[in-house]
Design a protein around this ligand. Structure first.
Ligand SMILES: Cc1ncc(C[n+]2csc(CCOP(=O)(O)OP(=O)(O)O)c2C)c(N)n1
Ligand SMILES: [Mg+2]
Length: 609
């Protein structure tokens, strides 16, 4: 056996650089890194030696780097995944939230936090978490529940099995998610004689599991028996490359389509069968059909509570659930008729089984009146009141072309965007709404831009999320990866304040003015963004926002536009109840009223399910 002597870190880098996806691209195109003790001497040396053969990007915050990597993988429809390496201790645990985000969203990313010495000689090292009862515990054990595959590399040769397992997870459509390889720092630097075959180019194709024949027949029968079926398109439609198959299936069988946050843009907004967003942040048109549906065909969706209106949305007592999902876990949810298959092949096979079956035509007027409602709330305002999020969304939409990608994650914006954004092309709508993690937005915009350099990436972010994490804006400037950021400053956590009041609470600790303070908060966001090298401006209303967007599109550097907005306004049209538990006893009458209302709805849900 021909061997080559390399350190374990050098071997990891060499192996990662040799992996290809089914499109002939690098499966792992490079590595984000913030060094410290635990990775600078080992992986740091290996990455530096690799140079352009395996590029390294330096971020400003471990979570931010990981958000960029995750957004990249999402925007590439899981065809590629990035690596992220950190020092031991705080660098590593800074990344745990991002690992959870990747796990919830089923997105591939390779986390390589440094770990304590395998030989334990210098114990305890700086930043070591010491467990009094368990010598095998380190800070990196926090990654276990938020990794699809977790391993601790305590000997170099463990990489021979751990790395292929990681690639398997990234390219397995059902198991896809984050992998953590906690890499002991002494092991990174240790030499080993590796078989040269380990570093040969390897192609990882994502398989398309076909449906079981019996499940397929049962599913086709259920559809044929349905009078008011509805398709819910989830993120799996994108990841499977099934957007065209979905369109063909819906058209051939005349079945209306509604979209989840992750599924949105699977079908063009103006397609006659696209009835819009579904659920808590849904369109009235889609929710109307969902309420009456006798069969819900859920394709590639986890069916989280925002999609199902906390399971109170489907009001037809005869409603059945058919779940087409590549993951048996998701297909079997809520007593569904399971159809375990890849979305694209599953839709194709279902179509063949259905023949020329066509559902009764859905009511097109529902869609027309919803589009009229969208036009009304997104139109430019007449007066001088602070604009609503919806009015800002309207201006941003008017200022962009069809290819643009709008990106967001937390606050009031994802809900408004889900309802109102007109997504014309697949991938033009990038919402991280599995973990809805504040601070994803700007770093995510950077990752999306790396994935789609030819598309304009527009990040829509609230003041709260911006304050939570903004430092990768400087990275976008440094890397010449231009993003547009529209920052809506409503002076606080507007959506949580609205939720607080809607559940009977007093306005408390959400808006900056109703939080305990000595000096009223007055943050100059434009100055802050400019200090990181971005072009930044504050506009005084919708008309000047539209002008600024023209400048932002012409900019070659990341461009931030700040606009003051109304914290109390949100779109009343559409939407659905969401289960947020209200206190059972309270000294406040408004809370008691809210509890009474809450209990009424809970009773309805029980009787309808
Ligand atoms: C990391 C994280 N912490 C807390 C939350 C809970 N949360 C959701 S939205 C939100 C407020 C967001 O404020 P902002 O970005 O200004 O948006 P707005 O609600 O004002 O539209 C909070 C605290 C979260 N989603 N993520
Ligand atoms: Mg806000």
């Amino acid at each position: 056996m021909t061997t080559i002597r390399l350190t374990a870190a050098q071997a990891m880098v060499r192996y990662l650089a040799a992996q290809k996806n089914g499109d002939g691209e690098r499966l792992i195109p490079g590595c984000w890194a913030i060094f410290g003790h635990g990775n600078v001497a080992g992986l740091g040396e290996a990455l530096q030696q690799a140079g352009d053969a395996f590029p390294t990007w330096r971020g400003h915050n471990e979570q931010g780097m990981a958000h960029a990597a995750i957004a990249f993988a999402k925007a590439r429809n899981r065809r590629q995944a990035m690596a992220v390496t950190t020092s031991i201790g705080p660098g590593a645990t800074n990344m745990v939230t991002a690992a959870a985000l990747a796990h919830v969203n089923r997105l591939p990313v390779l986390f390589v936090p440094g770990d304590v010495f395998a030989n334990r000689a210098p114990d305890p090292v700086l930043q070591q978490v010491e467990d009094f009862d368990d010598g095998t515990v380190s800070a990196n054990d926090c990654f276990r529940p938020v990794s699809r595959y977790f391993d601790r590399i305590q000997r170099p040769e463990q990489l021979l099995s751990a790395l292929p397992r990681a690639m398997r997870v990234f390219t397995d459509p059902a198991d896809c998610g984050p992998v953590t390889l906690a890499f002991c720092q002494d092991v990174q630097a240790e030499a080993f004689d590796w078989p040269v075959t380990f570093f040969e180019e390897r192609v990882w194709r994502v398989r398309r599991p076909r449906a079981d024949v019996t499940e397929l027949l049962e599913a086709a029968q259920a559809i044929k028996a349905a009078k008011t079926p509805l398709i819910i398109a989830g993120g799996g439609v994108h990841y499977s490359g099934a957007c065209e198959a979905l369109r063909g299936f819906a058209e051939r069988h005349g079945i209306p389509v509604a979209e989840t946050q992750a599924g949105k843009s699977a079908l063009a907004f103006d397609h006659p069968l696209n009835f819009g967003a579904i659920g808590v942040t849904g369109a009235a048109s889609a929710n109307d059909i969902a309420e009456r549906a006798d069969l819900v065909i859920a394709v590639g969706t986890r069916l989280q509570d925002f999609t199902t209106g906390s399971w109170a949305l489907f009001k037809n007592p005869a409603c059945r659930l058919l779940c087409l999902n590549v993951a048996a876990y998701d297909a079997a949810k809520h007593d569904a008729l399971a159809l375990v298959a890849d979305a694209r092949s599953g839709l194709e096979d279902l179509g063949a089984a259905l023949g020329d079956y066509s559902a009764p035509a859905p009511d097109a007027a529902l869609k027309d009146s919803w589009m009229a409602a969208v036009a009304a709330v997104t139109a430019a305002p007449r007066g001088n009141d602070l604009p609503s999020d919806a009015q800002v969304i309207g201006a941003v939409q008017r200022g962009l072309d069809d290819a643009a990608v709008v990106l967001g994650a937390a606050g009031g914006l994802p809900g408004e965007l889900h309802k109102l954004w007109k997504a014309a092309r697949p991938g033009g709508y990038h919402m991280e709404y599995g973990y809805s993690c504040m601070g994803y937005e700007i770093a995510g915009g950077l990752g999306a831009k790396m994935a789609c350099p030819d598309r304009e990436v527009v990040v829509m972010v609230g003041d709260g999320s911006y304050m939570m994490m903004n430092s990768e804006l400087a990275t976008s400037v440094m890397l010449g990866l231009k993003i547009i950021v529209v920052l809506l400053d409503n002076r606080g956590f507007g959506c949580i304040n609205r939720l607080q009041v809607a559940t009977g609470g007093e306005s408390f600790n959400n808006l900056l003015d109703t939080a305990r303070h000595v000096t009223p908060s007055d943050i100059d966001f434009a100055a802050h963004a400019a200090s990181m090298g971005a072009i930044a401006e504050k506009v005084d209303g919708i008309a000047s926002l539209e002008e600024a967007l023209v400048r932002a599109r012409a900019s070659t550097r990341s461009h931030v536009i700040v606009i003051d907005t109304d914290p109390l306004a949100s779109t009343d049209a559409g939407g659905h109840w969401w289960d947020v538990a209200v206190p059972e006893v309270s000294g406040q009458a408004r809370v008691r009223d809210a509890r009474g209302h809450y209990e009424t709805i809970l009773k309805q849900r029980r009787s309808s399910n």
